[in-house]
Design a protein around this ligand. Structure first.
Ligand SMILES: [Zn+2]
Length: 112
């Protein structure tokens, strides 16, 4: 029985990837579960389930974007209690140059 691979296009916005995967690799190597993403101008605040908030700019080539694509982390955050299925799904995600979902950042609707 093979695991089902999920394909996501490689070169795209970090926030789109985080919005889809709902995981955040912190600088210390901890993989947090994403509870909410808020946008203020060019800044994004990523709130993890453990309560930590990360303030970042969107970029396809930042440290976090690279770590996400490489699936690089030391351990899942114990306080976030990232469920096993989510880690499995992340592990089965293939970041591909040629195929996969092109994601969009969820932005609040423009006022009419
Ligand atoms: Zn956490």
């Amino acid at each position: 029985m093979g695991e089902t691979k999920r394909y996501i296009r490689k070169r795209q916005s970090l926030m789109a990837m985080v919005g889809k995967i709902k995981l955040w690799p912190s600088r210390s190597g901890m993989l947090h579960g994403v509870k909410e993403i808020r946008q203020t101008g060019p800044w994004f605040e990523i709130e993890a389930h453990c309560g930590l908030v990360f303030k970042v700019r969107d970029s396809a080539n930042s440290r976090a974007a690279r770590w996400l694509r490489a699936k690089q982390y030391v351990a899942p955050c114990p306080k976030c209690r990232v469920p096993g299925w989510k880690l499995d799904k992340f592990g089965a995600t293939v970041f591909s140059k040629r195929q996969g979902q092109v994601l969009t950042v969820n932005r609040p609707a423009e006022p009419l």
